[in-house]
Design a protein around this ligand. Structure first.
Ligand code: HEM
Length: 397
């Protein structure tokens, strides 16, 4: 195949004005403001066996952004060039270096304003995913994995299609909201003429602690990610070491939730509000005893309690790694807070992870009465990026 490796990083770098990058990389690192700052800045390595931002402890801020390629049919080479630009930008930004000059696509008139010049990377991570439509747009429909099929509709979904799906996902996490905002701006600039923003969502976590906006300690019973995120046996080679992420924007009906008696709130979850410990006793990390009953024979953890309905034991062993963020985007016309959870779950295959669990939760989860699922998206997340390669290179080259 004479076209083989047409879109290798090397081939792309040699064309379209990207050659400047080879020199730009080294110069960029040296240009960091202030002697020694780079070493002291908390940087998360961009390269590794997994993409950064999945196993990385959650940062304080996130921007989730979905982009659509600009053309109904996009040449594979253009998509590859975009992902190379983004990869290059990510390599620099995550270590606190400026994006090399000249990285913008041809025809772009915008340039780096230096807004990040004196900012540390603040544990910045960029995590990239491909939506089902990416494959159709780039003529790669045959390579689209079955596991990337659209999620089924769930009862009570109130999804806004404009805030769902998308060709490409970028999750930008950092401990500094200025960094996440400016990095998104940079990616947008580098996508000029090639891809446009479809939706963005802004999330945060508590600087200390792991409570969500319902007041619950969240994230306790996550599986060990190293074991939970091994590739499925039928994963395509280009997705080796990768996973799938499901993003759901779930609004909390907080005005209602806040009026509930405290024990009702705890029953709906199955854990105590004060410290996240199971209603069956012990500390936060004590396993939930789903079999425990009160003297009158009634289960301690209610049949419809969230932790019972979501547990692997109730769903044929289905697991996912939850790494969710709170959002609070002001108030709706009815005065209710536009607030909730940017629920983000990673798994080897959504059909054996998120889907069966959400199917069960959407049929009677006690917590679900106080929740509205407003947007939904699923993306294939390629494995870790090796130095000298770009995101999804083995799919595109
Ligand atoms: C557990 C909150 C939506 C799956 C929990 C826990 C909390 C919580 C507080 C207990 C602590 C923990 O183990 O992390 C919420 C809130 C949601 C939400 C506020 C929506 C706004 C979902 C959805 C799913 C899900 C949509 C999946 C479809 C799980 C799982 C567990 C869990 C698998 C662990 C169950 C176990 O094995 O103990 N959730 N959750 N949650 N949640 Fe959710």
């Amino acid at each position: 195949d004479p076209g083989h490796r047409r879109f290798s990083r090397r081939a792309l770098l040699g064309t379209g004005g990207l050659a400047a990058l080879a020199a730009g990389g080294a110069a960029g690192a040296a240009a960091l403001g202030g002697g020694g700052e780079a070493a002291a800045a908390p940087a998360v390595p961009f390269h590794g066996p997994q993409q950064a931002g999945i196993l990385t402890p959650r940062q304080n801020h996130v921007r989730l952004a979905a982009f659509d390629l600009g053309r109904a049919r996009t040449d594979r080479g253009r998509a590859a060039a975009l992902l190379l630009r983004w990869t290059t930008a990510a390599e620099h930004l995550t270590r606190g270096a400026p994006v090399p000059a000249g990285l913008e696509p041809p025809g772009s008139r915008a340039a780096d304003t230096g807004a990040l010049a004196d900012t540390r990377p603040a544990r910045l991570t960029l995590t990239f995913g491909l939506g089902a439509t990416f494959f159709d747009r780039t003529g790669l429909t045959a390579a689209r994995p079955e596991a990337l099929a659209p999620l089924p509709a769930f009862p009570d979904d109130r999804l806004d299609p404009a805030r769902g799906d998308g060709d490409l996902l970028v999750q930008i996490g950092a401990d500094d909201a200025f960094v996440t905002a400016q990095v998104l701006r940079t990616l947008q600039r580098l996508a000029h003429g090639e891809a446009t923003l479809r939706w963005t969502m802004t999330g945060f976590t508590a600087a200390d602690g792991r409570r969500n906006l319902m007041g619950q300690v969240d994230g306790t019973n996550n599986p060990d990610p190293a074991r939970a995120l091994v590739s499925a046996p039928d994963a395509p080679p280009w997705l080796a070491g990768g996973s799938y992420v499901v993003v759901r924007r779930i609004r909390m009906l907080l005005d209602h939730w806040d009026t509930l008696p405290p024990d009702h709130r705890e029953q709906a979850l199955g854990r105590r509000a004060c410290d996240g410990s199971p209603l069956t006793g012990g500390g936060e990390r004590t396993p939930v005893d789903l079999a425990a009953t009160r003297p009158d024979g009634v289960p301690v953890i209610a049949a419809n309690a969230h932790v019972r309905m979501a547990a692997p034991a109730s769903n044929n062993g289905a697991t996912m790694v939850r790494r969710s963020w709170s959002y609070h985007d002001g108030h709706r016309a009815d005065g209710a807070p536009d607030a909730g959870l940017l629920f983000t779950a990673w798994q080897p295959d959504p059909r054996t992870g998120f889907v069966p669990v959400q199917q069960r939760l959407s049929r009677g989860d006690a917590l679900a009465r106080y929740l509205v699922h407003e947007a939904s998206a699923v993306f294939a997340v390629p494995g870790g990026i090796r130095p000298g390669t770009y995101v999804a290179q083995s799919l595109l080259e």
